[in-house]
Design a protein around this ligand. Structure first.
Ligand SMILES: CC(C)(COP(=O)(O)OP(=O)(O)OC[C@H]1O[C@@H](n2cnc3c(N)ncnc32)[C@H](O)[C@@H]1OP(=O)(O)O)[C@@H](O)C(=O)NCCC(=O)NCCS
Length: 226
């Protein structure tokens, strides 16, 4: 890969094939890979890696097909030490805090907030206005609706039997509808559906579909609080 000349200082590496709008800012020690598009007023902090292709190795699960471009839409702010893998599409006015980590093909719609040290796994989708708090793990292929609030250190997973080494195509994180609140330290098992407006209390384990809209679910397993 060939590096291109740019105005962001010697510590920044930008590879040929990246498209960066004149109004963007990029901090020191960041690397921008080919096929990355940074739109107007995007700010990338220091020590970020944008558009990296996942590394394959022995015992690695097969990768999903990568989308061609990695796009960060206008006015989004990417803080420091953030890693955005190839194929991600980050909407307008998004905020990615320090050490946020997005695996390949993640889609964030507009005004999404990703907190410090959050991991969003491959091909997850997060709807506009949703906020994901510190240290949370969003499982692969999870779908989160609009205006959801996912508390700190939530763990959502996409494979019930990891020792079976099943294909990634069979993995599916939960589907969460609009306006859902997930309390801190909740665990959400794979393939489940959480209906709109539901609140899940801190520390609960979601092991079955939560089907009654706008209700409060508490405990292990999560059930409606009478
Ligand atoms: C579930 C929740 C919304 C209930 O709040 P509330 O309506 O003010 O409820 P209260 O504190 O009055 O508690 C009502 C009862 O539920 C119990 N309770 C409250 N939260 C609970 C929880 N997370 N798990 C189990 N029981 C809980 C209380 O002990 C109390 O029990 P009791 O009736 O036997 O005395 C709140 O406790 C909660 O978990 N919020 C999530 C906060 C969070 O994680 N925010 C994310 C920030 S990053």
């Amino acid at each position: 890969m060939k590096r291109i000349k740019h105005k962001f200082g010697n510590d920044v590496i930008i590879f040929e094939g990246a498209t960066i709008h004149d109004t963007c800012q990029i901090g020191p020690f960041s690397i921008i890979y080919p096929e990355v598009i940074l739109e107007e007023n995007v700010i990338v902090g220091s020590s970020c890696i944008i558009g990296k292709k996942p590394t394959t190795g022995l015992n690695q699960l097969e990768l999903v097909g990568l989308k061609e471009t990695t796009r960060i839409r206008k006015n989004s702010l990417i803080c420091d030490q953030v890693i955005v893998y190839a194929g991600c599409d980050i909407g307008e006015d998004c905020y990615l805090a320090d050490r946020a980590f997005l695996r390949e093909n993640v889609v964030l719609k507009n005004k999404v907030v990703i907190g410090t040290s959050v991991t969003v796994s491959f091909s997850a989708f997060i709807g506009s206005g949703s906020k994901i708090m510190t240290g949370t793990n969003i499982g692969g292929k999870m779908i989160i609706g609009e205006n959801c609030f996912i508390g700190a250190h939530v763990c959502s997973v996409n494979d019930n039997n990891p020792r079976l080494n099943s294909s990634r195509s069979e993995h599916q994180g939960a589907i969460i509808e609009d306006n859902v609140v997930i309390g801190s330290n909740v665990t959400i098992l794979p393939h489940l559906h959480i209906k709109k407006g539901i609140t899940v209390a801190a520390g609960a384990v979601v092991s079955k579909n939560l089907s009654e809209e706008n209700q409060l679910y508490i405990g292990i397993p999560a059930k409606i609080k009478k």
